[in-house]
Design a protein around this ligand. Structure first.
Ligand SMILES: CSCCC(=O)C(=O)COP(=O)(O)O
Ligand SMILES: [Mg+2]
Length: 229
């Protein structure tokens, strides 16, 4: 019986294009000026990047590193924190909104009806995740979610230890947690930690999910015993 559901965002509840073609360019355009203007929250990001580079890095080195990480789609926590800070302004100003596949809200409502808590685990920062769901094209979905984990609070998504850490945090035995993602490496890590897994194969997805069960969208939960119980 599934007692908790954990969802990935990009490629699972949201199209890749919404992140790569809208959110990422928005951040890329503003990232350097944000850091150089020392906007609220950026000092901690700069300190974290400096710690990675070795204490003597100057601001140019920090900016260059952040841009390199961004262009390489690195999932490093300081970059993700900065993304969230930059996006916050866009969300609050109405320039950005979350994009959620329409089959997702009915599934979230179904889990809530059954008393199954639903958590988010994404590389995007918790701040970005909250904005994404509360200001989405499907309305404010924040109330459906029990909470959020990112790489700062959960750890790297391809590391089984991250799933064990999250399992302890949500207080659910590993065998009772179901994880949905478009990433085979993430599903493998979750399975190693003892979680049930389902691959989500949205349009354009070419992932080979191997022995993980795969679904095309969340309407398939009507027949999924793992989540129907
Ligand atoms: C809407 S949160 C920002 C998404 C993001 O930055 C990202 O890297 C998504 O990765 P995911 O772990 O959700 O596949
Ligand atoms: Mg994903």
């Amino acid at each position: 019986m599934t007692l908790a559901v954990v969802l990935d965002i990009e490629g699972t509840v949201s199209p890749l294009s919404a992140v790569h073609d809208v959110l990422f360019p928005y951040a890329r355009e503003r990232l350097e000026s944000w850091v150089r203007q020392d906007r609220p929250g950026t000092q901690a990001v700069v300190d974290e990047v400096r710690a990675v580079l070795g204490g003597h890095a100057d601001l140019d080195d920090v900016v260059r590193t952040l841009l390199e990480w961004h262009d390489g789609n690195a999932k490093h926590s300081p970059l993700k924190t900065l993304h969230g800070l930059v996006w916050e302004r866009g969300f609050l100003g109405g320039e950005l909104s979350g994009v959620i596949y329409p089959d997702v809200p009915p599934a979230l409502a179904g889990w809530r009806r059954r008393g199954t808590p639903c958590w988010i685990y994404s590389s995007g920062s918790v701040l970005a995740q909250r904005l994404w769901f509360s200001r989405s094209d499907q309305g404010d979905l924040g109330g459906y979610l029990a909470g959020h984990f990112d790489t700062l609070t959960g750890g790297p998504k391809q590391d089984p230890a991250s799933y064990r850490r999250i399992g302890r945090a949500i207080g659910t035995p590993a065998r009772d947690v179901l994880f949905l993602s478009d990433s085979r490496a993430e599903l493998d890590a979750a399975r190693t930690a003892g979680w049930a897994t389902i691959g989500v194969s949205r349009p354009g997805c070419t992932t080979d999910f191997g022995t993980h069960r795969a679904i095309a969208d969340f309407t398939e939960f009507g027949t999924a015993r793992e989540v129907a119980s």
